[in-house]
Ligand binder design. Structure first.
Ligand SMILES: Cc1cc2nc3c(=O)[nH]c(=O)nc-3n(C[C@H](O)[C@H](O)[C@H](O)COP(=O)(O)OP(=O)(O)OC[C@H]3O[C@@H](n4cnc5c(N)ncnc54)[C@H](O)[C@@H]3O)c2cc1C
Length: 392
């Protein structure tokens, strides 16, 4: 038990110079003040979309630099190489979501295909991620879920194009030996996404895992869904790719359930979410012979539970189906300590034009804002590292 010391800030921040650590400290200090964070996400980031002079420059030098790999694929190379130096892999993530037009969906698809081609020439980039919301109109995904029989002929064609785009991405992933993780979204569209991803897994995960489904364990029904899909994959003869997350849209979901007068699908307490998340991690580790797991979380307890289970069942700690993942710019103390101990760990590295990644940056700013006045985990770790550097 407890073989990795996650409080080792020397390993966590070894890749950061004093100057880089100082910039990180400034940014996380700013973000941990919740007023400032809402200001930044409310006005600062939106100012980029409104083309306010200097706003783009400010965002690019601060929050974008911390959480994104670059504006283009080529610009992500230094980040990929810096991670690789410490045995950390990269999941490339083209930041585009909530689009509405066919030409934008085609652009996102083409960019994802490009990222697969690019990844296939880098051993340190075994996976790319994709969001169905970057490939389809949200209203169409909603309608398909609510009443697919009511889709007009035009909408049926439109839906077929969405499936074709996703298929093209997964097929190229298979041909090039690059895995594709499909993000999970709000409950109003997730059933549609589930259905599409299941189809892709059945088609492309025959010899190895190419396509990963994302399971949001803050949902009351997703642990059972994971087990059911595992059984189904065994019956149908494909490997299950399971990216586990807690889930990013709790507040929105609760608000919608309240307004709509229906019971929320999200667990009532954090403890319930944590229980299901950790049970899902254990289930996947125990079944690593036919499930490829990606434990995508910044929760150190969930990382420890996985490490302990890998040890206790005697699985190789660097087995290709046993993976951890954190977001670029966050929870380095988990990532680098896992990598240094020999586990497979990757960073999700978003890239894209600044205005495209704004929704993603807003989520990061909000996540790091403290509502209770407590210091963020990140900020505490940075201060500890300063103390250590001063004492040495
Ligand atoms: C690599 C990576 C990829 C990701 N991809 C996706 C994705 O595709 N789709 C997606 O939705 N999210 C995704 N996320 C975000 C993820 O869902 C979480 O929001 C985020 O990681 C915080 O959860 P945590 O496991 O790190 O741990 P923690 O910080 O311990 O948990 C916070 C989470 O717990 C849950 N929670 C908090 N309070 C309560 C409560 N009162 N009741 C019930 N539950 C509660 C919420 O889900 C909250 O986000 C991703 C995260 C990572 C690291």
């Amino acid at each position: 038990m407890g073989k990795i010391d996650f409080s080792n800030t020397r390993i966590a921040f070894e890749s950061k110079s004093d100057k880089e650590l100082r910039s990180m400290e400034f940014l996380f200090r700013m973000m941990s003040k919740s007023g400032l964070s809402s200001l930044a996400s409310g006005i600062g980031l939106k100012a980029v979309q409104w083309n306010v002079p200097l706003a783009r420059w400010m965002v690019e030098k601060t929050i974008f630099k911390q959480f994104c790999g670059g504006k283009t694929l080529e610009e992500t190379i230094p980040a990929i190489e810096a991670l690789e130096k410490y045995r950390v892999l990269t999941v490339l993530d083209y930041g585009s979501e909530g689009r509405e037009e066919e030409h934008e969906f085609e652009k996102t698809k083409n960019q994802t295909l490009k990222s697969i081609e690019f990844a296939s020439s880098y051993n340190a980039v075994p996976v790319v991620s994709s969001k169905v919301t970057g490939l389809a109109r949200t209203e169409l995904l909603k309608k398909y879920q609510r009443a697919r029989e009511e889709l007009t002929a035009g909408e049926q064609n439109e839906f077929a194009s969405v499936e074709a785009r996703l298929d093209e991405i997964c097929k190229l992933g298979k041909d090039k030996g690059v895995a594709v993780m499909i993000d999970a979204e709000e409950t109003t569209i997730q059933e549609t996404i589930d259905e599409l991803v299941e189809k892709m897994m059945e088609k492309y995960n025959r010899e190895q895992v190419v396509v990963y489904q994302t399971f949001q364990l803050y949902r009351k029904d997703k642990l059972a869904y994971l087990k059911r899909l595992h059984q189904e994959s065994l019956e149908k003869g494909y490997f299950l790719g399971a990216k586990l997350v807690r889930g990013a849209y709790m507040e929105k979901e609760r608000k919608w359930a309240k307004e709509g007068g229906y019971p929320s699908l999200i667990h009532d307490t954090k403890q319930d979410t944590d229980r299901d998340y950790n049970l899902a991690v254990l289930y996947c580790v125990d079944n690593y012979r036919d499930i490829a797991l990606c434990n995508a979380s910044h929760n150190v307890e969930s990382a420890k539970i996985m490490v302990d289970r890998i040890d206790s069942i005697g699985a190789p700690k660097d087995h290709p189906r046993l993976n951890f993942c954190q977001l670029y710019g966050m929870s380095d103390y988990i990532t680098y300590n896992l990598a240094s101990a020999g586990y497979n760990v990757a960073k999700y590295v978003p890239y894209g034009p600044v205005e495209e990644v704004i929704p993603y940056l807003i989520r990061r700013a909000e996540e790091n804002a403290s509502v209770t006045g407590e210091m963020s985990r990140e900020y505490k770790m940075i201060l500890q590292e300063w103390e250590r550097r001063r004492d040495n």
